[in-house]
Every structure is written in structure tokens, then in C-alpha cells.
Design a protein around this ligand. Structure first.
Ligand code: 13P
Length: 251
């Protein structure tokens, strides 16, 4: 059985003082939970703080982006070896904000996915459609295109133990959540696409849902057979909310 995974995506929020409180609250709140893995993806400057504060806890940490390059003259970029230096377990790849605001293409996202894997940090690959694409009936086509770009670069073997996050763009930060049935339909399609290539790899891939996940809607989402956890934005900045979501995923 796949262990549930709940990841907080802090986006560009936080300060040393605020993080200290937030991490302490999460650490205390999730202690002793079983059947769920919890993680926070923090802004780069706070990786050291996350490592220091969470090392002796069950909470993992990671980053929200990385360079597709290994190292070199790439001003302002962050390499996977640097993330590994701070014992990052995860890195978010291809978040819709990076695709939309920073022009990240499917091809670049695929390169970042490969770079993370080769550096020993698990990529959390984000896919998702816009409202216009949903209204035009293109959901499966869009998701398949985003997934296939990475599959053609990494192969199905590159998805062994991987994490995919389905984040409908129209549900991010809007308070509009996909219904559990709407989400399950896409999660099932993602799994189906992977099953066609390798059923045992597909069975091990955790597919998270993201988009206005809150304490109040987490349990019904987690009850769906192909929803293996959540990628949480706004609610991950409030310890009690994030802890409640982790609890909803626990056994
Ligand atoms: P919200 O939970 O704030 O909608 O953000 C979702 C998200 O983008 C997580 O990566």
C-alpha cells in the first residue's frame, strides 16, 4: 500500500522568526502519527533552518525549484547538489506558477525532473489544467502532454517511487477545490497512463492533489482510491491547519 504524503508548499512566504514557530508547531502536531509522511518545501534560504529544526523529527523538507544544470556559471540558480547538501528529500518541479510566470516549458520541466533524480532528491512533478482547458474538455489531453514530456525523457523507470501532484490551476489559491470525484477522475487517468507502461511502477507512484486543500476538505479527498496525499499551499502556513490535514491522511 502506498503511504500517504502531505507536503506543504510555502511558496515565497516566511521569515526566520515565523518559520521557527511554524516548524515547531508542525513537528509537535504530527509526532506519533502513523501511515502518513509529512514534508515542507521551503524557500531556499530557509533550507538550513528546516534541516536544523527538523533533523530529529518525522517531518521531511525540501525545495520548490532547482536548476536543470549541474553547476557552473548560472547566476542566481540553485543546483541539486546544494539541495542534497541540506539533506532535502523533495523538490517541487513544474509548479504551475513556474510554468505560467517564469515560462517553464514541458521540456525544461523534464530536464529538472531528471536532474533532481540524478542528484538523489525526489522530484514532486506538478501537472494541471487551466480553467479554459477544462471548459474546452481538454483535461486528459493537457495532463497526458505534461506527463508524456517527462516520460519520454526519464522513461517509466524514472517514475519508480516518484511523486506526481495534480494541481488544477483554477483551484490554486482560489478557494475552489476540485470535488473528490473530479480529482479522482484525473488521478485515475494519471495512474492509468502509467499502468499502460509498467503496472508495478504505476502502483508505487504517489499522486497528490493540490488546490485549496484545507482541514475541512482533506479527508474526503484522501478517501479516494488514487489520491495519495496533498500538496498544500496557503493552509501549510498555519500549523494547526497543516497538522489537521496530516491527521486526516494518517491511519
Ligand atoms: P493553495 O493550497 O494555496 O491553493 O496552493 C496550492 C498549491 O499551489 C500547492 O503547490
Amino acid at each position: 500500500m502506498r503511504q500517504k504524503l502531505v507536503v506543504g508548499n510555502w511558496k515565497m512566504h516566511g521569515s526566520l522568526a515565523a518559520n521557527q514557530m511554524l516548524l515547531a508547531g508542525i513537528q509537535a502536531g504530527v509526532a506519533g502519527l502513523t501511515g502518513v509522511e509529512c514534508a515542507v518545501c521551503v524557500p531556499y534560504p530557509y533550507l538550513a533552518q528546516a534541516q536544523q529544526q527538523l533533523s530529529c523529527s518525522a517531518v521531511a523538507w525540501g525545495a520548490q525549484n532547482l536548476s536543470e544544470q549541474a553547476q557552473g556559471a548560472f547566476t542566481g540558480e540553485i543546483g541539486v547538489a546544494m539541495l542534497a547538501d541540506f539533506a532535502s528529500r523533495y523538490v517541487i518541479v513544474g509548479h504551475s506558477e513556474r510554468r505560467a510566470l517564469y515560462g517553464e516549458s514541458d521540456a525544461l520541466v523534464a530536464q529538472k525532473f531528471l536532474r533532481a533524480r540524478s542528484g538523489g532528491v525526489s522530484p514532486i512533478l506538478c501537472v494541471g489544467e487551466t480553467l479554459e482547458q477544462r471548459q474546452a474538455g481538454q483535461v486528459r489531453e493537457v495532463i497526458a502532454g505534461q506527463l508524456n514530456a517527462v516520460l519520454s525523457a526519464a522513461g517509466i523507470a524514472g517514475f519508480a517511487g516518484a511523486v506526481v501532484a495534480y494541481e488544477p490551476v483554477w483551484a490554486i489559491g482560489t478557494g475552489l477545490t476540485a470535488t473528490p470525484e473530479q480529482a479522482q477522475e484525473v488521478h485515475g487517468a494519471i495512474r492509468g497512463l502509467l499502468v499502460e507502461l509498467d503496472a508495478s511502477v504505476a502502483a508505487g507512484v504517489r499522486v497528490l492533489y493540490g488546490g485549496s486543500v484545507k482541514a475541512g476538505n482533506a479527508a474526503e479527498l484522501f478517501a479516494m482510491p488514487d489520491i495519495d496525499g496533498a500538496l498544500v499551499g496557503g493552509a501549510s502556513l498555519v500549523a494547526e491547519e497543516f497538522v489537521a490535514i496530516c491527521r486526516a491522511a494518517a491511519l
